[in-house]
Design a protein around this ligand. Structure first.
Ligand code: ZN
Length: 172
């Protein structure tokens, strides 16, 4: 396993549409292992493969609270089958948009289907933080970051902030 660098906005790779995975192989699992380690190190609760520069339909997530044991979840080729009519606001953040948080409205629940770490098909309803997180991560697979749900002004301001912070980091 290895920690990989996380791409930040406005890196154009983050706008790429990710491709489906043909089959869940050891190579896919190695990618998911790296993604999980990268996500834990960040730290974050969800990561899409494109965020480490691999435009494939792969997501990892862990919504366990700090005092709980880790509960990693792996999603290959996830699809949303149905969404709730009710929308709820949630203050989101993103490892590709460090130190920026803003409120996004999304369907309260969604039914998803995906292949897990072993390539087994799982179909289930997600709600609460799980629903927010899976929709946020699945946006990444379409080249969308949560800033794209905000006003143009807020988006521009956020990107400027990230670029400034990255420059400061690079300068040490
Ligand atoms: Zn994100």
């Amino acid at each position: 396993m290895a920690i990989r660098p996380i791409l930040t906005v406005p890196n154009p790779i983050l706008k790429q549409v990710s491709k489906p995975v043909k089959e869940v192989t050891d190579e896919t699992r190695a990618l998911m292992d790296d993604m999980l380690e990268t996500m834990y190190a960040a730290p974050g609760i969800g990561l899409a493969a494109v965020q480490i520069g691999v435009p494939l339909n792969v997501i990892v997530m862990d919504l366990a609270r700090e005092e709980e044991d880790p509960k990693p979840k792996y999603f290959v080729n996830p699809e949303i089958l149905e969404v709730d009519e009710d929308f709820v606001p949630y203050e989101e953040g993103c490892l590709s948009v460090p130190d920026v948080f803003d409120t996004v409205d999304r369907p309260k629940r969604c039914q998803i289907t995906y292949l897990d770490y072993n390539g087994e098909r799982v179909t289930e309803w997600a709600e609460g933080l799980y629903a927010v997180c899976i929709q946020h991560e699945m946006d990444h697979l379409k080249g969308i970051v949560f800033l794209d749900h905000l006003s143009r002004l807020k988006r521009a301001r956020a990107i400027k902030k990230v670029q400034k912070n990255e420059k400061l980091k690079a300068a040490g």
